[in-house]
Write a new protein. Sequence first.
Lengths: 491, 173
Amino acid sequence: VNYVDEHVRTQLEFDRDPGGLTPHDRAQLRRHLATCAECRAYADELSRNDALLARRERSIAPPLLRSRQLFAPAWGVLAALAAVALVGVTVLGIARENAVSTLPLATSASPSAVPSSPITPPAVQSPTLPPMGTATEVLPTPPPGAPLRGNWIVVGKLLTDASNARSQVEIWGVPVDRSAPARLFYTFAFGIGTVPEGPSDRTPYLRRQFSADGSQLVLSVRGSLTIVDLGTGQVRSLGIDGDFPSWSKDGSLIAFVHRLPVTDVVPPPFGLAVVAPTGGAIRELAVVTAPNQSAEWSPDGRALLMAVRDGTAVIDVASGRVTRTLRSVSPASPSFAHWRLGRPSLVIAGYGCDRGSAHVVTLDDLGASERTVLDTGDSCDRVDLRDPRWNPQVRSELLYVRASRAPGREAFDYSLHVLDVDTGRDRTLPISTHEATWTWAGTEIAYIAKDASRPFGSVVLLANHVDGSGQRELLRAEPGASFFSIASVAF
Amino acid sequence: MHDRKEQATTAPAEGHRPIDWGYAYELYGADLFAFLRRALGDRVEAEDLMQEVFMRAMRARSHPEPDALRPWLFRIASNLAISHHRRRRILTFLSLKSSDAIEERPDDDEGRHVRAALRSIPRDQAVTLTLALHEGFSRREIAQMLGLSEEAVKSRLARGRRNFAVAYRTLGL
């Protein structure tokens, strides 16, 4: 087969489809086949493969969960239950609330120092959460004037109604200080867009969505870019359609994915664009092939890293040009990379199915070559590496999540790892999670404990970064809710 | 039966009966699941997308003309399959017990190998090959579903066949 001429090979492939070749080309191909044994072998192989691909296997559609509710939802009952549950959540959140201090915020969402301001009692008015299923979608808390101090872990919580037809996202802040309770920042109901196969930004990757000083958060609320001031509670829509926002580390721009204005194209094309946090005109940077993820900013705000099908593209923000494509690792997860000041600067985790096993690579800087710091030896259908995050205090250390499955099993097991990129030492902590983050001191890891009975996880915990010991619960979700993303912020 | 089918595939124009999604699922669910499982090479991922396909279909503002529901659902499934990312599994089948799961037949090595080979080629090619050969859609229909020209579909099928052949060979089959 290797000796089959490229042109003949292509002709044979086209010939598999009715009308794939003109009668003239087809006749010519037949004449050639009569004299070329390798070509006939390839033709036979294509024919056999087509038969394999056409063969139908026994197939039974999986039972849809709660299919009765899905197709015939009792909306009144659901709305009432959701309202009761949410009022309970509100009461719990407010009862546990006691944190107030003053703005401005001292540090950024990119950890660099640990503030130590005390947390003072609150003067917070009770927010009214929207019952799930209503059109109300913005509930900023704390109210204007309520400030923040200290180390916080921010998590996203997802509540989905019994029909799975509507979700509500809540953003919670949890002071790492043992004495401080959880606090609800913001919540919104989520609807699905009008383009059925369009992007779906229901579970934002929070780490990339804070402003440089950590005082604001950008979210996509029903496909519209919205900025929440965490200190004042002010909510501001930019009036721009976009998903998967990512705030630059210099604070000057927000990158986001959006549907390009081209009609009658399926699937609709998606673009990566940037806009100032104050709004205004957007600037298109690139067409993206994988719209369901945010981009990772360089520390200086000049470049963006975006996963593409066969690797990772580095995009120069000023020109929109792809300046480099890193092909050694194909990201499987939207949380594929972390880019920081320092050396190494960049870490990317993922796999390359056609290039061997799942691995982690680092780059000292953007001009440096890719260095594999961890190779699992397992192929992409067995292992998926996700969410690498540099330790804010230990230069050579990062955490990542390994999702793996044993041969013959379909379900993934999740484990948390701490990797020293200098020595290659890879510690597996006794923790099952899909996403984790460092505290700002770099000595503990906050994580969402994986829960097999629901998507993502239901408890946020803190543990020692060396061996996972000293676990302490920070926040627990009520039945039917789950935590989906976690980030560190210091105020 | 015919009435329900007609209802399931009737566009819900203003004031008309809504689509019977339960029956639409009965009609097309098995085909869609077979397609997704084959194209994705992963049963769990296919299960995730099955619900996503129907959810998005149900939430869409407009629905297709009568008798066009099947290709429309395949269009949604195809485009979701091409762009799907594993992390976005918020709509998993939360309580799907092991007894509900479809067990692999022990003797179905061939199907498993085909899925493994499809999993290792570019997703858009795997989807296009499966639409054409497994589901029997014509080049024109696939072009409409994926927003491509027929020539582009032809090229994608050719590239997919070549990559599949290499992958299947590489797997030692």
